[in-house]
Design a binder for this molecule. Structure first.
Ligand code: GAL
Length: 961
């Protein structure tokens, strides 16, 4: 049989590559020179792996007519579409599953860069005194320097170094890199993200002087019983280790034990040190901490920690996974400012600079290997590389490249084998190797439900009930698994509006020791900036296979603006719990940090009268130790005299800190002191029928339909019952969900096209009553709805009564009224109630105050438009000349387009404000849940169709006269 062999056979070879040096610790030398090769490179793109020969790699080749791209970068995100396009799939391979083969159509980018050595580059000492380091190339690269083939490698988000000392010239060095989009390595890189080829991380030439440090391993442990740390630096090259602040000066390999301040994510104490070998000095940042599995819990420095984490993919809306230093810092600062204490580097080791930031600012890191083979699930995991020994060298190579690069980071507290790669011998081999190389860190992998290879029982998207069962030890599983803590490496799927129910998860995490928290999926929406669409998602580039906006499921919008989900998460995981105390007029404060006391915080207190803060005071709170509580007496509350009185306490940073300034709020709470008086009955005035109009106090109605036309002279359009919302990603649910997906059912039943049959328009001595039946075509069930209007001459009160009829098997999306106001006179809204977007199970961060916002500001820009922007607990709102008070409090939403337009839009750019502002006043909303990849709303947040009655009192907006 003949087989086709080409110069590009290595592309489909399962081996990790040829020519790369053994992996080693990542460090920046103090004195060895280096040269960044980032910048403009020449690019020639071809359609297949072997379309061009390697003559371009030879010195003297004229690439003058090639395009220019930036390195680091992905070529598909450069050149305005001239170099192909990104493609998004969740778990399906975008090519036939035929391992290790990849399509003949294999976009291949030949990259060229000519460079001179800087003047201070030491004269060649012969041999390997220089290495060329690639921090990340997707997915397979072959490298030539000055015409010599020096190797090829796979493992996109892992470093590779090649020895080049013997090849360097003082000037005119030609570096040629051929990058193939697809390779055997692609089978190991099936993460849920955009497929983005290119040299997307730094390229650096490093001088390696004789006697350089090479590889070294900093072991810095902490004994919480003695308060002492032990430092030992094992180094390939002998030398001395100094930490001046601690008076340490020891030989490499020699341990030293002495009192230290330990490192934790809350108190990231680092000691500057130096490793000096014969050939170079290497700065060290030493953090003393011990991670151990003890009593079935992951403990750091003797304490079980609670992970309040996020899953972070690397993402920038223009540069993809080519992240700059500022973006990485912004991620860390945003995490710290939102009370996040942990990050899983889903699903590959991040740019190394990110881990430096985690050490410095303090985040627990689960460092995950660049491995996912999820697409094999489609064939019941047949041929899965993680259970096929031919691939094991590649898996071990990936594990080693991660561990060796990142082992000296105190922030890394767990290694993760990868994600969604099935089970198999290859994974066991990785775990065994990691355990032996670094016994001081637990190993994580979610796919190992029996915990054969892992030190923590990890699951994703478990419903609350199952989390609780596991917490109580009722979930079964292997003995080993039952002896391990449970963490949710992914939960609370933040796609679109949501996630709902995180407060309920957190309550479980805090209640049960076995639960050590979780990591919200995920940190940021991977929207791609697009000239026409705003942000593009799957399918927007004409992909043959794609998973739509499933790639936009983050707590940050693509431009890193926090979404309401992040505000909610910040509140839910706040490190100080503030609640009403047992005694009247007191609050109880609980320190929920694992390590820090509260001395870095100051507390601000005020009473709010009808939402207006009445003077702020300092509240003296003892510097509680972790886990401690104290009850603190509040100053006397003012007499509201019928007004609503609330207390408010805020915990603020007392000093400027590394990640936020003094006054930054870390926790807050409000509580009720006196409720507002009931609204005026608004009765006494008779409806007056006058031809085709009915007048009732300040309101005028159409006598035939009973529909209100004006209130206090303000035109009101189409006021009627509304139950529909533009379904959220969580309403629609994921296709594989076995639970009922209400978003689909609602649409199937026709809740988006309810008809309003007028039954009667009745007037009596003090009321106008309009009776209707609201129901969808083709169905028997409906909502008998009565609108009862009364007035005292100045106010008009609407009481809506709803009685469901027929067999309602589904909850309602919402229940309330909607109407339109003239957009030209409705640009600002004032209200008393919750300030941020909230729904029944996303309302922890809803803070009652007086607010004002433009209509535009009230919209939450979910990348795929959907229901958004409701404000909870609104007592009153003023807009467009009207004041609206609610009894009880209501959910307020206003938008410059209809719900139907919102529902139909695919991108934000599809939404254009019209001449009407549409206002929803809702008595109730259905919860949000997390069903886009997890459980739906908990039963207590479902809005079942039941008899309901609610009122709104309308009058002229005072400020508009
Ligand atoms: C998980 C997976 C993630 C992501 C998420 C859904 O199964 O590990 O990578 O796909 O689901 O957004």
């Amino acid at each position: 049989m003949n087989s086709r062999t080409t110069a590009a056979d290595y592309v489909e070879d399962v081996s990790p590559g040829r020519g790369a040096l053994p992996p080693r610790a990542r460090y920046a030398s103090s004195d060895a020179v280096s040269l960044s090769l980032n910048g403009g490179w020449r690019l020639r793109l071809s359609a297949t792996a072997d379309a061009e020969d390697d003559s371009f790699a030879a010195p003297g080749y004229d690439a003058g007519d090639w395009a220019q791209v930036s390195v680091p970068g992905h070529w598909v995100l450069q050149g305005d579409g001239a170099f192909g396009a990104p493609a998004y799939t969740n778990h399906l391979y975008p090519f036939p599953v035929d391992p290790p083969y990849v399509p003949t159509e294999n976009p291949t980018g030949d990259h060229l860069r000519v460079f001179d050595l800087p003047e201070d580059w030491p004269a060649p000492a012969g041999g390997d005194d220089a290495v060329l380091r690639f921090d990340g190339v997707e997915s397979c690269a072959r490298v030539w320097l000055n015409g010599t083939d020096i190797g090829e490698f796979k493992g996109s988000r892992l470093p590779h170094e090649l020895a080049v000392g013997a090849l360097l010239k003082p000037a005119g060095n030609v570096l040629a890199v051929r990058v193939h989009q697809w390779s055997a390595g692609s089978y190991l890189e099936d993460q849920d993200q955009w497929w983005l080829p290119g040299i997307f991380r730094d390229v650096t030439l490093l001088h390696r002087p004789a006697g350089c440090a090479g590889d070294f391993f900093v072991h810095a442990s902490y004994d919480h019983v003695t308060g002492e740390g032990t430092l030992r630096v094992d180094s390939e090259a002998e030398g001395r280790v100094t930490v001046p602040e601690l008076g340490i000066d020891v030989a490499t390999g020699e341990p030293v034990t002495l009192p230290v301040v330990p490192w934790s994510a809350e108190t990231p104490r680092l000691y500057d040190g130096v490793l000096a070998t014969a050939g170079e000095r290497v700065p060290l940042r030493v953090g003393f901490r011990t991670v151990a599995l003890e009593d079935g819990l992951i403990k750091v420095n003797g304490k079980a920690v609670l992970f309040k984490g996020v899953n972070r993919h690397e993402w920038h809306p223009e540069r993809g996974r080519a992240l700059d230093a500022d973006t990485m810092r912004e991620d860390v600062l945003l995490m710290k400012r939102h009370n996040v204490n942990a990050v899983r580097t889903s699903h590959y080791p991040p740019h190394p600079a990110f881990l430096d930031l985690c050490d410095e600012y303090g985040l627990w890191v689960v460092d995950e290997c660049d491995l996912e083979t999820h697409g094999f699930v489609e064939q019941d995991w047949r041929d899965n590389p993680t259970d096929d020994e031919r691939w094991t060298p590649a898996l071990l190579d990936r594990a080693a490249r991660m561990v060796e690069r990142d082992k000296n980071h105190p922030s890394v507290v767990m290694w993760s084998l990868g994600n969604e790669a099935g089970t198999g011998r290859g994974l066991t081999a990785m775990a065994d190797w990691i355990h032996s190389r670094d016994p001081a860190r637990p190993v994580h992998y979610e796919g190992d439900h029996d915990c054969r290879d892992t030190d923590v029982y990890s699951r994703m998207y478990l419903p609350h009930t199952e989390v609780e069962r596991a917490a109580r030890g009722l979930d079964g599983g292997s003995l080993r698994r039952r002896q391990l803590p449970l963490i949710l490496c992914e939960y609370a799927h933040a796609m679109g509006n949501g996630p709902g129910g995180i407060a309920d998860y957190q309550a479980l995490f805090e209640r049960y020791d076995r639960l050590q928290g979780g990591f919200v999926w995920e940190w940021i929406d991977h929207g791609v900036r697009h000239p026409e669409l705003g942000y593009a998602y799957g399918g927007d580039f004409g992909e043959e296979l794609h998973d739509g906006n499933f790639v936009c499921d983050g707590l940050l919008f693509p431009d890193r603006t926090p979404s309401p989900g992040l505000t909610e998460y910040k509140k839910v995981i706040e490190p100080v719990r503030i609640e009403a105390g047992d005694a009247d007029g007191t609050v109880r404060l609980t320190n929920r940090y694992d390590f820090a006391d509260l001395s870095h915080l100051e507390f601000e207190f005020c009473h709010q009268v009808d939402g207006l803060p009445a003077g702020a005071h300092r509240l003296t709170v003892p510097p509680l130790a972790p886990g401690e509580s104290a009850e603190v007496k509040l100053p006397e509350a003012p007499d509201g005299g019928g007004a609503e009185v609330q207390w408010s306490v805020r915990a603020l940073l007392a000093e400027d800190g590394p990640w936020a300034g003094r006054g930054h709020e870390v926790a807050w709470a409000q509580g009720m002191v006196a409720r507002r008086a009931p609204l005026p009955a608004a009765t006494g005035v008779r409806p007056c029928v006058d031809g085709d109009r009915i007048t009732l106090g300040p309101a005028v109605f159409d006598a035939r339909t009973g529909v209100v036309r004006t209130i206090a002279g303000v035109g009101v359009r189409d006021l009627r019952l509304d139950v529909w919302r533009a379904t959220t990603d969580n309403d629609d649910g994921a296709p594989w969900q076995s639970d009922t997906r209400y978003g689909l059912l609602w649409r199937e039943l026709g809740l988006h096209r309810m008809r309003h049959r007028l039954v009667a328009v009745e007037t009596d001595d003090d009321a106008l009553v309009v009776r209707t039946r609201v129901a969808p075509a083709g169905r028997e069930m409906g909502l008998r709805t009565a609108y009862r209007w009364t007035s005292d001459g100045t106010h008009v009160r609407l009481t809506v009564s709803v009685v469901p009829e027929g067999d309602w098997q589904v909850p309602l999306p919402r229940l309330g009224v909607r109407f339109g106001l003239d957009a030209s006179s409705t640009d600002a809204v004032f209200w008393f109630g919750g300030g941020d977007e909230a729904y029944p199970d996303t309302r922890a961060a809803s803070r009652d105050l007086l607010w004002d916002a433009s209509i535009e500001d009230l919209q939450t820009p979910y990348v795929r438009p959907q229901e958004n922007g409701a404000r909870a607990d609104v007592r009153w709102a003023e807009l467009g000349g009207l004041r609206i008070e609610g009894e009880p409090e209501f959910w307020f939403t206003a938008r410059p387009w209809t719900t139907e337009r919102l529902d139909a839009a695919r991108h934000l750019t599809d939404l254009v404000p019209g001449d009407t502002v549409w206002v929803n006043l809702d008595h109730a909303q259905h919860g949000i849940g997390s069903q886009s990849c997890g459980p739906g709303p908990l039963p207590q947040y479902a809005l079942w169709a039941e008899p309901a009655e609610f009122s709104f009192v309308f009058s002229a907006q005072p400020s508009s006269g």
